[in-house]
Design a protein around this ligand. Structure first.
Ligand code: ADP
Ligand code: MG
Length: 311
């Protein structure tokens, strides 16, 4: 029986720090990432790819801002959909090209993904996720007054708008995704954490929010009954006492150990925290979660790199 793996790609899989973000930059990074993914497909895994979209949505928002006198600006849910299309296209093409080199004839398809969130999620009362470009304090204060938005100072780099980050409740397209995987397609889904939607009286409506991509990936992995959730980032393993003299990298831990370390505050809220939480959520249902570096994803599958979290 083939195993299904959900691969959650971190920001550096598509855009690296210091790069401008041209199409060429992004295609080049995606190609490197797809070389490893093609090898996983060759080894017989059924692969579902999820990814972040922070820099891409940021750039789409800047394009919006500077052209709104010419064409109407689009709301965040529509910008999220655009980013899923742009990144999905790059991965579809780059992965196809790598699969052909490996002599593998497998289709690759992107599923534009909506994720249901709860309109009573406490996150809606306390927006925390910074999005888009940086502004001056004066501008930020003006936007707060004029548009009723919330803006915060972001680590000395300027002021940014913040939006709510609710928990994913259900991947709306899960059955379409499951059907594609079952018939052998490599699927790209839940990009950027998915497009947050509210479901009421059986209708869906997009909402201004950002779902954490690792938590959405974990939800997707659970919804489609995947065997492995692999979260790929820029560090080889999860550490406790990170960046202190007592720093220790973890090879394999149980869900209970992961929960204990989480409570002790070893994982930062905006970065490693959601990854470990996502890993705990998925492993609690009996699957294997792995947090590893993008460069060593194949080693992590073999067990010679990364941190494994199991029940
Ligand atoms: P991604 O784009 O892959 O989601 P993030 O920057 O959100 O990447 O998260 C990865 C970062 O988490 C690493 O670069 C690392 O600096 C940071 N990090 C925070 N706490 C830890 C920890 N305890 N162990 C390892 N990395 C950690
Ligand atoms: Mg992140």
């Amino acid at each position: 029986m083939q195993q299904t793996i959900v691969l959650a790609l971190g920001g550096n899989a598509i855009l690296r720090p210091g790069q401008r973000g041209t199409a060429e930059d992004q295609f080049a990074n995606v190609k490197t990432t797809c070389e490893s993914i093609a090898r996983m497909v060759k080894h017989g895994y059924r692969v579902v790819i999820t990814h972040g979209n922070g820099p891409q949505v940021g750039n789409i928002l800047i394009q919006n801002t500077h052209s709104q006198d010419l064409v109407p600006a689009m709301p965040l849910d529509v910008c999220g959909a655009k980013s899923q299309g742009l990144i999905g296209y790059m991965i579809q093409q780059a992965l196809h090209n790598e699969l052909v080199k490996e002599d593998i004839n497998v289709p690759v398809a992107t599923v534009l993904t909506q994720v249901i969130v709860d309109e009573n999620d406490p996150a809606f009362k306390n927006p925390t996720k910074p999005i888009g470009p940086f502004y001056t304090e004066d501008e930020a204060r003006r936007f707060e007054k004029e548009r009723g938005e919330k803006w915060v100072e972001d680590s000395g780099r300027g002021w940014r708008k913040v939006v709510p980050s609710p928990l994913p409740v259900e991947i709306f397209e899960k059955s379409a995704i499951a059907a594609l995987i079952k018939q052998g397609t490599v699927v790209i889904a839940a990009g950027g954490g998915g497009i947050p939607v509210i479901q009421k009286d059986n209708t869906l409506r997009g909402i201004e929010a950002v779902i954490d991509k690792d938590l959405a990936s974990s939800k997707l992995a659970g919804d489609i009954k995947a065997d492995i959730l692999m979260i790929l980032t820029d560090v080889e393993r999860v550490a406790i006492n990170y960046r202190t003299p007592a720093e220790t990298y973890l090879t394999e831990i149980t869900v209970d150990e992961a929960k204990k370390y989480m409570e002790e505050g070893h994982f930062s809220a905006g970065s490693m925290g959601p990854k470990v939480q996502a890993a705990i959520d998925f492993a609690s249902g009996g699957g294997t979660s792995i947090i590893a570096s993008l460069k060593r994803s194949l080693d992590a599958l073999r067990g010679t790199s990364g941190t494994r979290i199991k029940l």
